[in-house]
Design a protein around this ligand. Sequence first.
Ligand code: SF4
Length: 458
Amino acid sequence: MTLTEKLLARASGKASVQAGDNIWVKADVLMTHDVCGPGTIGVFKREFGKTAKVWDKQRVVIIPDHYIFTADSMSNRNVDILRDFVREQGLPYFYDVIDDPNGSWKFDASKGNTKRQYGSQYAGVCHAALPAKGHTRPGEVLFGTDSHTCMAGAFNEFATGIGNTDAGFVMGTGKLLIKVPETMRFRLEGKLQPGVMAKDIILHVIGEIGFDGATYRAMQFDGPGIATLSMDDRMTIANMAIEAGGKNAIFEFDARTAEYVDARTRLNGTKSTYEPVEVDRDQKFVYETVIDLSKLEPTVACHPDPGQRKTAKQMNGMKLDRAYVGSCTGGKTSDFVEFARVLRGHKVSIDTFGVPATPEIVHDLQTTRWGNETIWQILENAGVRMTENAGCSACLGGPVDTFGRMNQGGLKCISATNRNFPGRMGSKESEVYLASPATVAASAITGRVTDPREYLTN
Ligand code: SF4
């Protein structure tokens, strides 16, 4: 069996399963957020009754992150609905925007949108917060009401996005009927060259198979190249499985996975035991390919979908209006480090926005010094508009007052985010070009799509 089949067999209590089987799978964790949480709660109450209790309080994780730092009252109210539900159910894992469990959330637009407006429990973008808060464990099943839930496949688990109706059912029963996906294998060999990042790997893969090339399939990443990738790198790759239509992504387990998971479960006091799944000899794949990481180049996914691949060089210096670094895919500490490494000593020539994925990342950037400056200061001195209000921000557009949103038509933005369908970051007439944080940095300097290897001296 493939990694995904082995994991699903175990979660369904069967000795073996194969692609196409319909099986009941036990959930280890159910995650929801401010956009889908209220709907999920509505389905749960409608189907299980007004006084129903969730199937397991320890396994429901609620993370407001999407439409948070906006004066839009309906968006603010969604966070209050989550808080009321958490109080009613006595749920321990709620990463609220405010500290008062009986309070209500209101964004204060008069304070501007760059200074911190959250309390001590807020955790930022759900997919970055889940591992950081110790909710991702090898061998487990994670369902989340968000398409990029697949990011947790980096931790050798089956993680997939589900709709509100399914999530309401999982909330009440702890299980879900799913069809076992076929598996595509991406065997990674070699090592990335300087200036080439994990984002370039997944943009290369999606360019190979197309934005629907993995529809309802598992994307298994294994091989010796995995050992050269950090957990942040693996998360970037797994995150974008859904951009090729993938049901899930899954990575082999290794010592690096264990080190990350053990540290984070210990730090947060979450469940620390787990059982990884290991590669079998008799795996059957529907597709197999080998990727030599050393041959990859800085890559861009052009408007209007993530499969429109070109190398940065092939873009012939296409003119840009805006640059953006942030999101679960491209707003991690390591992403900002590479972004700053290219930008250090330069100035951006176009509007450039930086949105860390979590408050912890804000802290990392504001406390890590390179010489006399913090990374945060290096970015601000280069002209980047950085916000302390970690979250999804303009990655998915959001209400019109969202930081970095493309409200105007005709703008071309190079972005470290993960999705570029028309209207994704605001106006339907704007265009989004997906790239690594290093490519975004080099392009922000020149105002044109630029290969970051031209700036490697930093
Ligand atoms: S950062 Fe973007 S991709 Fe990630 S969860 Fe938020 S909206 Fe979705």
